[in-house]
Design a protein around this ligand. Structure first.
Ligand code: HEM
Ligand SMILES: N[C@@H](CC(=O)c1ccccc1NC=O)C(=O)O
Length: 269
């Protein structure tokens, strides 16, 4: 190779690809429980770690969209645009999360059973970031704090803070109020949504945001539906390592709606 590599600025001497991305730590974080090692356990760990990285990114984006909508009026239009822009990114990531189930489904139930018994009582039920995302989106449920076992103090604190802070829905209501629309109770919100839906020229940004919230809700529902079908494919009607009834519990979560008023609006149009 005749190409020469020149350093770009001062950092060039210090930073490398591997040190910037903390690859030594990242690539040394896959520790199998099975012994002798089950071939598919590396895939199982990798998939979950990738999910948690994306959950982190989603919390970053949804939190920023919420903050933009809560920002004081005056920054106005640009703030709505930024929130909308971030939610569009959230949707793309969420579609990726649904599609990633395909990769894990290349594992057969027999191969999963080679290491499954080693996992109990661990379970996706204990994913703090997943629950943070539900709470931040609008589906706060303090019951989960009690049902979680083995959370660290830091994890408990994170969830408690999420229960206290405004949700993406609260921020959307603030944006409606900022446009002079009434949001004091559900009935007023429903009427305000109706107004927005029937005058999209005057409320273009708010209508686009309402649709972006609905899309976020729908994609979360897609993930739950995809997950439970994968679970039935892997373990049938067995109970879960986390102590739940398994697919029966997961099916009970399918009707969850982050934004029921946006769904009800459809019946009123
Ligand atoms: C072989 C693949 C998988 C199986 C068999 C499986 C099974 C289950 C079961 C049975 C539950 C209910 C709780 C319990 O354990 O009792 C559960 C919950 C959960 N799983 Fe999985 N899972 C799989 C893969 C994944 C993946 C890749 C993720 C991604 C992070 C994930 C995230 C979750 C979450 C967030 C919950 C809690 C859902 C809720 O409470 O609404 N699971 N899983
Ligand atoms: N709950 C699953 C095991 C499982 O999938 C799991 C185990 C540990 C950490 C994350 C998991 N993923 C989703 O629940 C089961 O009952 O087979």
């Amino acid at each position: 190779m005749s190409e020469t590599f020149v350093s770009f600025g001062e950092q060039g001497a210090q930073l490398t690809y591997g040190s910037y991305l903390r690859l030594p730590q990242l690539l040394d974080s896959q520790h199998l429980e099975s012994d002798p090692p089950a071939h598919d356990e590396l895939l199982f760990i990798t998939i979950h770690q990738v999910y948690e990285l994306w959950f982190k990114q989603l919390l970053h984006e949804v939190g920023a969209a919420r903050d933009a909508l809560l920002a004081p009026a005056g920054a106005g239009r640009e703030r709505l645009w930024w929130a909308q822009h971030l939610l569009t990114r959230v949707h793309v990531i969420e579609r990726t999360l649904v599609q990633q189930v395909d990769v894990l489904e290349t594992m057969t139930p027999q191969d999963f059973l080679e290491f499954r018994q080693r996992l109990a009582p661990a379970s996706g039920f204990q994913s703090v970031q997943y629950r943070e995302l539900e709470f931040l989106s609008g589906a706060k449920d303090p019951g989960y704090l009690e049902r979680f076992r083995g959370l660290s103090d830091d994890e408990q604190q994170r969830l408690r803070r999420r229960l206290e802070e405004p949700t993406l829905w609260d921020a959307f209501l603030a944006a409606l109020a900022g446009a002079g629309l009434a949001v004091d109770d559900d009935e007023q919100v429903a009427r305000s949504l109706h107004t927005v839906a029937h005058d999209r020229d005057s409320h273009a940004a708010l209508w686009a945001l309402a649709e972006a919230l609905l899309q976020h809700d729908e994609l979360a529902a897609s993930w739950r539906a995809r997950h439970v079908v994968m679970v039935e494919r892997m373990i049938g009607a067995k109970s879960g390592t986390g102590g739940s009834s398994g697919s029966t519990y997961l099916r009970s979560r399918l009707p969850l709606q982050y934004y029921p008023l946006l769904w009800e609006l459809r019946s009123q149009l």
